[in-house]
Write a protein that binds this ligand. Structure first.
Ligand code: FAD
Length: 287
């Protein structure tokens, strides 16, 4: 089935979706995000997650946004990165999150800005997952990151897959992937992980395409590959944002449709604190 043929059929209605936001830096940004969330809540997300700056740089903004989402009656997941953290600081933050009523965490290693020096008592996300389980038992549902196109710092694809398996063995309940536009990489990753005994749900992370330069910049940094044909088409549109957005909607809707038809457990949208593209993709999918 193509995205076009799924339109208006009602196929997929109620399909599980979740949305990711970053903590706004200004009062105007916070106000805008409140409006964006209300627009997206019509899709009844399973949960909304809020990113967390490595080294705790956004802790206040992250926890504040998580608090607002919970107060709006929606399940919220706090991202939580451990690089540079101590056991005691993590323990204290877990206590804060628990007291806030948070039941879901996206447990990450995170990346410190260059020159910051790693330090801290945690080396990898698997250490954090193990620590959270040891400290809090089953108080939190724990999601971890997965990289179908391989994490940029991994020694090898095999080492990266093993690092993912270690996170699942340490107690992760599910995974959310880095975004990708090549679904074969996702299917292969899930198959390989299952073969090695990690059979928790792996939810594809979906990045709507609204801006060509922004996408190229992000993708270079996080190791997500933009297939040549998508890159060249985007470049050919130059500053024509209407064409970029229209092409982006077609490409990402088709990707989601293909993933959903193949039975993925849910779709997690990297909203970039915007609602328009995510709403339109879901509308086209009949969600
Ligand atoms: P890990 O799973 O620890 O992996 C990091 C690297 O170490 C990989 O290359 C892995 O192969 C390697 N590795 C792991 N274990 C071992 C081992 N035992 N021995 C040797 N090598 C090992 N970043 C933020 O700062 N804030 C966020 O909110 C945030 N949210 C994200 C959400 C999702 C869904 C995703 C996919 C990424 C997110 N990131 C976020 C980015 C993430 O922090 C970076 O990709 C970071 O570089 C790796 O984090 P991780 O949890 O995947 O690390």
């Amino acid at each position: 089935m193509t995205a076009a043929s799924a339109q208006g059929t009602g196929f997929g209605t109620g399909f599980p979706v979740s949305f990711e936001f970053f903590p706004p830096k200004t009062p105007e940004g916070a106000e805008k995000l409140r409006a964006v969330r209300q627009q997206l809540y019509v899709l009844h997300p399973d949960f909304c997650s809020v990113t967390y700056g490595a080294g705790g740089s956004t802790q206040e903004g992250t926890f504040g946004t998580v608090r607002e989402i919970l107060a709006e009656g929606v399940s919220a997941a706090s991202h939580f990165s451990c690089i540079g953290a101590t056991r005691q600081s993590v323990r204290e933050q877990l206590a804060t999150l628990k007291a806030m009523g948070v039941k879901r965490l996206v447990a990450l290693r995170g990346d410190l800005p260059s020159g910051y020096g790693a330090g801290g008592e945690f080396h990898y996300a698997s250490d954090l997952v193990e620590f959270i389980r040891a400290e809090t038992g089953r108080d939190f549902q724990i999601e971890v990151a997965a990289y179908p196109e391989v994490h940029p710092q991994a020694k090898s694809p095999d080492a990266d897959l093993k690092a993912y398996i270690a996170k699942v063995q340490a107690g992760a309940d599910a995974a959310i992937t880095q975004y990708f536009y090549n679904s074969d990489a996702y299917f292969r990753f899930v198959e390989d992980a299952h073969r090695l005994g990690a059979d928790v749900p792996v939810v594809p992370g979906i990045m709507p395409i609204s801006s060509s330069t922004q996408l190229m910049r992000f993708s270079d940094a996080c190791g997500a590959e933009i297939p040549r044909w998508i890159r060249l088409r985007l470049q050919s549109f130059g500053d024509d944002t209407a064409s970029i957005k229209s092409f982006g909607l077609d490409v990402v809707t088709d990707l989601c449709d293909q993933l959903r038809s193949a039975g993925v457990p849910a779709l997690h949208f990297y909203t970039m604190n915007q609602s328009v593209a995510t709403l339109e993709i879901c509308r086209r999918l009949g969600i």
